[in-house]
Ligand binder design. Structure first.
Ligand code: ATP
Ligand code: MG
Length: 360
């Protein structure tokens, strides 16, 4: 019989700063993995959309660009942001345009302490911290609703309105419960601030309680976001899957990335759980212009991102293999400066590729 290999079509967008450096490292590693395993193919299309495109044309995404992306199974994204473009323009111009168009309403951020890396927490070694933060990615505090009046007057007023819909909360909550159910501990911590935010987040609590009835096997735990920050630091082992609003999860996931050792490690996935549209996978870090072009960007966040993308595409075995190779390179001390090493982006990438070849 003919060995039918699945071919996944990936749109790659390096964008700004260290984005193109880490994305090309990621593509090289993914190609080596698909070649070594021989169980699937990858077809990359690279798009050079960036803040330079915006400065030249007034747009990040050219006409028809989103329809181009739609033809792919996944989007592999670097980082967007440039020193001479306001952050809200670059963010909405590229990243959020993609998230919104493709209904990527769940942002998923796994956090673990990889073998060979160090948490700033005392007595917290690899595997003592193993979380998945599920962030609402389409509404809430970042809905962009509100406005300003009486500009420049002492009585100037600004409103920033958070939008919470039953539909938005319920679909996110169901996805959070599904993830919790698939993990050994089956524990979901629902984060709010419903003592102070008494409309939207009370609705959040109510919907969580309703959805919980459909997941009797998942243990639910409620936390207020302020107490949650303390618990993450003081009792990291007591947490597993965490679901929170757009703003709260944004803050908690930066804390999580720091507790895991470096922002240069952490991945994130912007998912359309209905799978009607392509999902987008990116490292948590930004464009980091301070180290751009120096060849020292840590590519591990992008490798982990690549593993998350493979798992979403159904290549769980390949994803797990990739993480084994990445962790063994970290354990061997072949790491960039942010992890206390002296290796370059290229050296770490080559070490991971030779580990892949060695194992297969
Ligand atoms: P942006 O505006 O796009 O968010 P930024 O420069 O404000 O970018 P980050 O890129 O998130 O913020 O990073 C903050 C700092 O962390 C950077 O200045 C850089 O020194 C460091 N850093 C970020 N990513 C990496 C990485 N992959 N490897 C090494 N250091 C990194
Ligand atoms: Mg930044």
């Amino acid at each position: 019989a003919i060995n039918e290999r699945k071919c996944h079509k990936i749109a790659a967008i390096g964008a700004d700063g260290i984005g193109p450096e880490v994305i090309s490292a990621g593509i090289a590693v993914l190609r080596a993995l698909s070649e070594a395993l021989g169980s699937f193919d990858l077809d990359f299309t690279e798009y050079d959309w960036s803040s330079d495109t915006y400065k030249k044309t007034g747009n990040y995404i050219p006409d028809g660009g989103l329809d181009e992306l739609r033809k792919h199974d996944a989007i592999f994204f670097g980082a967007v942001g440039a020193p001479d473009v306001p952050d809200h323009i670059s963010l909405w111009g590229l990243r959020l345009a993609i998230c919104q168009t493709f209904q990527q309403y769940a942002n998923v951020r796994p956090t673990r302490i990889l073998l060979g890396t160090q948490s700033p927490l005392r007595n917290c070694g690899p595997r003592d911290l193993d979380w998945i933060i599920v962030r609402e990615n389409s509404e809430g505090e970042y809905a962009g609703q509100g406005g300003r009046s009486h500009r420049g007057q002492p009585w100037e007023t600004a409103t920033e309105v958070a939008i919470f819909t039953r539909h938005g909360i319920e679909r996110l909550m169901r996805f959070g419960f599904e993830i919790a159910r698939q993990r050994p501990r089956k524990l979901l911590t629902v984060v709010t601030k419903s003592n102070a935010q008494r409309n939207g987040l009370v609705l959040w609590d109510e919907v969580a309680a309703e959805v919980a009835k459909d997941f009797p096997d998942v243990k639910v735990d409620k936390m207020l976001v302020d107490a949650m920050t303390a618990r993450m630091v003081l009792a990291p082992k007591s947490l597993d899957t965490i679901v929170a609003t757009n703003l709260h999860a944004d803050i908690l996931s930066d804390l999580a990335a720091a507790l895991a050792g470096s922002i240069g490690i952490a991945p994130t996935s912007n998912l359309d759980p209905t799978r009607q549209n392509p999902s987008m996978f990116e490292p948590i870090h930004g464009s980091a212009f301070d180290i751009t072009g120096k060849g020292v960007a840590n590519p591990v966040a992008t490798f982990w991102t690549a593993a998350e993308m493979l798992a979403w595409l159904g290549e769980e075995t390949a994803a797990a293999e990739l993480m084994i190779c990445v962790e063994s390179v970290c354990e061997a001390g072949i790491v960039t400066a942010d992890l206390g090493g002296t290796s370059t982006t290229v050296q770490v990438t080559e070490a991971v590729i030779s580990e892949i070849k060695k194992r297969h």
